[in-house]
Design a protein around this ligand. Structure first.
Ligand code: ATP
Length: 417
């Protein structure tokens, strides 16, 4: 029997080629296939067009051990998947009487007579295995050709997802030779993607051994770089050792910009450090408008370490509610190290916390000057001592605000180490 190692996915539906609907089925299916040690080599989205679909299926059948299609199993003329695949595999479509009965029963349950066009959903390619649909009318269909598995699944996610369990358990799993996919993540803040890549590439390019290769993906977003390591093998302990050694090598080379190797977010890591110390935090935020505390309080249980904060957007509020000296704002400007420190100290006093954060900056698009261009952000962390840093973040307003909250979380994390 052919071992199943790789898959392709074809998402069928003209609506998926508009800006209004996104193909999410392939993301779900990719995740579940990976858990079985099956790698997705390609995926496509195609409209309800017989020739385009036939061409894609024909080409996928030359490569993939598993071909999954989603959608196009409905009762109307533009639902073509069933006919096209039966045609290509050279099998007839036969009406399945049990299916007719169960589709009729579904309609009866809703007090409606089954429309004649729904009989089409009871047409089964000869030799196909039928997977019942408990959330809709179109059943799933599984066929085999020269050891390759071809599964036709309906489009609606709530119908497709439970069907995948049946496909996985009964058809795919027995033919994966016990392979498992294992993953690790190394998360970095305060470095750009290219800086991380420069240090990490020499390490991950030689990860892996004779039997197992390690795939590495680098994912960048403002204030966060993630390195994902993935390996497939039958000896899970050996695969885990390989990945763990990769993680340690990367963590060591990258140093203290690595904040997590166990999947935790920056806000969770920082919250855990506060809890461990029994400390509480407050914040005074200007350009981030509360974004820092929004992220801190994303973590369940954060009431144990977050006291509160103030969005001090105008100078007037900075002076009136945080006791930032007006003369300091006049002398240094609202975006300055002196003001960020005064904001952090003001919040610490006002909320009576062990530590407080002050953030002030220019998120743009307006308000920049040659000395303080858009992206200039100052973050201060006040305990009994104070740390303060001025950053120049790239990107648009949203990116600058995200960079700012990440930098503030990271400075707080470092103050707690
Ligand atoms: P049914 O007859 O049960 O509707 P179908 O197989 O004909 O099943 P489609 O008509 O192609 O399914 O799609 C029905 C709906 O399912 C779409 O309007 C869309 O909301 C959702 N859907 C279809 N394909 C996808 C996809 N790839 N990702 C996410 N949602 C999808």
């Amino acid at each position: 029997m052919r071992e199943l190692k790789n898959a392709e996915i074809i998402a069928v539906g003209s609506e998926l080629l508009t800006p209004h609907r996104l193909d999410t089925n392939s993301l779900f299916l990719t995740g579940r296939l990976n858990e079985l040690g099956i790698v997705v080599r390609a995926k496509t989205v195609v409209g309800d067009n017989r020739h385009d679909l036939a061409a894609l299926v024909t080409s996928a059948m030359t490569r993939a051990d598993v071909l999954l299609t989603t959608g196009g199993l409905g009762p109307t003329d533009d639902d073509l998947t069933r006919e096209v695949i039966a045609d290509l595999l050279g099998v007839r479509l036969v009406e399945d009487q049990d299916l007719v009965a169960s589709i009729e029963a579904r309609f009866r349950l809703r007090g409606v007579k089954m429309p004649t066009i729904n009989r089409r959903q009871a047409m089964v390619p000869e030799g196909a295995r039928v997977v019942p649909n408990h959330h809709g009318t179109a059943p799933g269909l599984i066929l085999e050709r020269e050891g390759r598995v071809v599964a036709l699944l309906p489009g609606p996610p709530r119908e497709l997802q439970p069907m995948f369990d049946v496909l996985a358990e009964e058809v795919l799993l027995p033919r994966t030779a016990g392979r498992k996919v294992r993953r690790r993540q190394v998360k970095v803040t305060g470095r750009s993607e290219s800086q991380v890549e420069e240090v990490a590439h020499p390490i991950y390019s030689c990860l892996g051994d004779d039997t197992t290769s390690v795939q590495t993906t680098i994912l960048a977003s403002p204030g966060l770089i993630e390195l994902h390591l993935e390996a497939v093998g039958t000896d899970v302990a050996a695969v885990d050792r390989l990945l763990d050694s990769g993680v340690s090598a990367l963590a060591q080379a990258l140093g203290d910009v690595v904040f997590s190797t166990d999947g935790r977010s920056l806000e969770k890591v920082t919250g855990d450090l506060l809890r461990a110390r029994g400390w509480r935090v407050a914040a005074a935020e200007s350009c981030t408008g509360g974004g820092f505390l929004a992220r801190m309080t994303d973590v369940p249980g954060s009431s144990a370490w977050v006291s509160g904060g103030l969005v001090a957007y105008s100078n007037q509020v900075k002076v009136r509610d945080l006791d930032v000296p007006a003369a300091l704002i006049d002398a240094q400007g609202a975006v300055s190290e002196g003001v960020a420190v005064a904001m952090a100290q003001g919040a610490r006093r006002r909320f009576g916390t062990d530590v407080a954060v002050g953030i002030t900056g220019i998120a743009g698009p307006d308000g920049g000057t040659p000395e303080k261009p858009v992206g200039t952000v100052v973050v201060a962390v006040a305990t009994d001592a104070v740390t303060v840093r001025t950053f120049r973040f790239p990107g648009d307003r949203e990116a600058i605000r995200r960079h700012s909250t990440s930098a503030a979380l990271d400075m707080l994390r470092r103050a707690l180490l």
